[in-house]
Design a protein around this ligand. Structure first.
Ligand code: AMP
Length: 550
C-alpha cells in the first residue's frame, strides 16, 4: 500500500487528509486502517506517541460513522486533558468535509454543564478522560448504548495515572458487541490484564521494536558532579544555539528553581508544573507550541499530553526514578520523521540506572564531555554568522536609512565593521566563558583518562611526527592542509572539500593522515595539479584553509 487512496477511506476524508499534507500512511496507519476497514477485530497496537496513531484509528473511525444517526458511535479514552483536546482537534480536521459529524471532548477541570449540553445536542464521538467520563455516566447524561468502537489511547499512561477503576466501570457499561482498540507505548502487566479482560482475540500490531527508543533519536549522556549540574545544563543549551526542547525535572520545586535561574541568566525559558492554575498552564503551553518559549522546564506529569512535533532536544536534568519514564521523555523528540536528541545529565551514582535505561531502550548512550567554553563560543559564533548570512533583508524598508548609516560608519573598514557587529551579540558568551573552567566529567573513565593523558599526548606527538615525515604511495602526491583534528578535520571533511568541486567520482583519494593541527592526504599525481588549483580558495568553518603539495 503506497498511499491513502487505496485504503478504501471515504473520499471526503481523503480530501481532508490531503489538506493536512499527509502523503503516505505512516507504518501504524498502514497496519491499523485495513484491519479496521475490512474486519471487526479488536486491535492492540504498541506504538509510541508521534507515530501517527491518532489518524490510524481516527480516519477509519470517521469513515465508518453514520452521520444520520445522532448517537454516540465511538468513545475514545485518553489520559490527559491536553491529549483529549489534541485528539478532538485531529478528528475535527479529518472530518472537515463531513460537517454533520460531531465530536466532543470531555475532561476534568472544565465546566461539566457545558459538556453535558454539548452531548445533549447530539454527538457521534466522545473523546474523554476516564474520570470525567465516569462522572457523566453516573449522572446519566450520556447514552453509550450504541457505541460500536472504544479506543483506549495511551493505555499505559492511563493506568500509570491510576485510572484503572474508572476504566473498569466505563468498560462495563459499553455494549459487549463492540470493537476495542488499545494503543500503548509499552505493555506492562497492567495493560496486558486490561487487554485480556476486555478484548477478544485482538490483532497485535507492533510499530518499531517493542520498548525501543526511536531510531531518529540520539541518546547523549553527560556525567557531572551534582554541583555542576546547572552549569552543565547551561553549556549544553549554549552549545545548541537552535535548541527547542523540554528540560525534565523531578519535582515541582526543582522545575521552578531551574526555570527561574535560566530566566535570570537570560534564557528564553518557562516552568510548567502542577502548582500553576489551568489558565497559567494553558498560557505557557500555548507560548511553547508557538515557539515563543525555547525551553520548557517541566515535570513529567505537567508535560503529559503536550504534543509538539518538532522538538530538537529533550534534556533529563535528573534521570527519572522510573526507567520507563526515560522512554516517554525521549519519545517526545524525533517525531514525525524528524531527528532529535535526548540528553541525560547524569551523576556519578547513576551508572547502573544508565545501563538499565540502555537495556530498556535497546540503544547505547554516547558519553560526552560537557562542552568547553571555547567550543561553545565557536559554535555560537558560527551560528550567528549563519543567521546573518540567511537573514531576510527588507530593502524597501531599510534603504532610506542606509545613506546616513554608511556615512556614520565611514571611518571603519570592512574587517573592523564585522568585528564590531559580531561582538555586539557575541560578547555575552565571550565574557561568560572567558575564564570558565572545563566541567570535566569526574566519572571513573575520565579519571583514568586524566592519568594517562600526559603519556597519551607524548605518544600522540611522536605519532604526528612520524605521520608528518611519511612518503606518498607510488603514483600519488601528498598534499598538506593547515587544519587538523583540533579544528574538526576528519576524512569526511577532506572528502567534502573535494566534493564541493563537483568532479563526480573521478578524484581518487589515497592515504589520509590526521594530526592535531594539520593533516595530509594523498591524491593521484595526475590529478594533483588540478586539485591544488581548484582548492586555492576553500573555507572551512569560516576560515580559509591552505592546501599545498609536500
Ligand atoms: P500522533 O502520533 O497521532 O500524535 O501523530 C504525530 C504527528 O504526525 C502529528 O503531528 C500528525 O499530524 C502527523 N501525521 C500523522 N499521520 C501522518 C502522515 N500520514 N503523514 C504525515 N504526517 C502525519
Amino acid at each position: 500500500m503506497t498511499n491513502f487512496e487505496i485504503q478504501g477511506l471515504d473520499p471526503e476524508i481523503l480530501k481532508a487528509v490531503k489538506d493536512l499534507g499527509f502523503e503516505t500512511p505512516m507504518p501504524v496507519q498502514e497496519r491499523v486502517i485495513p484491519v479496521m476497514l475490512e474486519s471487526d477485530r479488536d486491535i492492540i497496537a504498541l506504538a509510541q506517541t508521534g507515530t501517527g496513531k491518532t489518524a490510524a484509528f481516527g480516519l477509519p473511525l470517521i469513515s465508518a460513522a453514520d452521520a444520520s444517526r445522532k448517537e454516540v458511535q465511538g468513545l475514545i479514552l485518553c489520559p490527559t486533558r491536553e491529549l483529549c483536546i489534541q485528539i478532538t482537534d485531529d478528528l475535527n480536521d479529518f472530518s472537515k468535509y463531513l460537517p454533520d459529524i460531531h465530536i466532543v471532548p470531555v475532561y476534568g477541570g472544565a465546566s461539566i454543564e457545558k459538556q453535558i449540553s454539548a452531548i445533549a445536542r447530539g454527538v457521534h464521538f466522545i473523546v474523554a478522560t476516564p474520570g470525567r467520563m465516569l462522572d457523566l455516566i453516573n449522572r446519566r447524561v450520556v447514552n453509550l448504548g450504541q457505541v460500536r468502537t472504544v479506543v483506549l489511547d495511551e493505555a499505559d499512561e492511563m493506568l500509570n495515572m491510576g485510572f484503572i477503576d474508572s476504566l473498569n466501570d466505563i468498560l462495563k457499561v459499553v455494549p459487549k458487541e463492540r470493537r476495542t482498540l488499545l494503543f500503548s507505548a509499552t505493555m506492562p502487566d497492567r495493560v496486558a490484564n486490561i487487554a485480556e479482560k476486555y478484548m477478544n482475540s485482538p490483532v497485535e500490531i507492533v510499530v518499531g521494536t517493542k520498548n525501543s527508543g526511536s531510531e531518529n533519536v540520539r541518546h547523549l549522556c553527560y556525567t557531572v558532579s551534582s554541583k555542576d549540574r546547572y552549569n552543565a545544563l547551561k553549556r549544553i543549551v549554549d552549545y545548541n544555539p537552535s535548541i527547542y526542547g523540554i528540560v525534565f525535572c523531578r519535582t515541582k520545586r526543582e522545575t521552578g528553581e531551574i526555570a527561574e535561574k535560566l530566566i535570570r541568566d537570560g534564557y528564553n525559558a518557562e516552568a510548567l508544573h502542577g502548582d500553576l492554575s489551568q489558565a497559567q498552564r494553558d498560557y505557557v503551553m500555548q507560548k511553547f507550541r508557538l515557539g515563543n518559549i525555547k525551553l520548557l522546564v517541566a515535570t513529567d506529569v505537567a508535560a503529559r499530553g503536550l504534543d509538539v512535533s518538532n522538538l530538537t532536544h529533550i534534556i533529563n536534568y535528573n534521570l527519572p526514578d522510573d526507567i520507563e519514564t526515560y522512554n516517554h521523555r525521549s519519545g517526545r523528540t524525533g517525531r514525525a520523521g524528524k531527528t532529535g536528541v535526548s540528553i541525560a545529565i547524569a551523576g556519578l551514582k547513576d551508572k547502573s540506572k544508565l545501563k538499565q535505561i540502555e537495556k530498556n531502550i535497546n540503544r547505547q548512550f554516547e558519553h560526552k564531555d560537557v562542552p568547553t567554553g571555547r567550543t561553545i563560543c565557536e559554535k555560537q559564533l558560527f551560528s550567528l554568522i549563519e543567521r546573518m548570512e540567511h537573514v531576510d533583508v527588507d530593502n524597501t524598508e531599510i534603504d532610506s536609512y542606509l545613506p546616513a548609516i554608511f556615512k556614520k560608519l565611514e571611518w571603519l573598514d570592512k574587517e573592523d565593521l564585522i568585528r564590531r557587529f559580531v561582538s555586539l551579540e557575541f560578547n555575552r558568551f565571550l565574557t561568560y566563558y572567558k575564564d570558565a573552567e572545563d566541567l570535566k566529567a569526574a566519572r571513573p573513565e575520565a579519571d583514568e583518562r586524566k592519568k594517562s593523558s600526559r603519556k597519551d599526548r607524548r605518544s600522540e606527538r611522536a605519532n604526528d611526527e612520524q605521520k608528518g615525515s611519511r612518503k606518498a604511495e607510488k603514483g600519488y602526491t601528498r598534499l598538506h592542509i593547515n587544519a587538523g583534528k583540533k579544528d574538526g578535520v576528519y576524512p569526511n571533511v577532506i572528502i567534502e572539500l573535494i566534493n564541493q568541486m563537483e568532479y563526480g567520482n573521478s578524484v581518487r583519494i589515497g592515504k589520509i593522515d590526521l594530526m592535531q593541527k594539520e593533516a595530509f592526504f594523498e591524491v593521484r599525481s595526475d590529478q594533483a595539479k588540478m586539485l591544488l588549483n581548484d582548492l586555492k580558495n576553500v573555507f572551512y568553518r569560516g576560515r580559509k584553509v591552505i592546501i599545498k603539495a609536500v
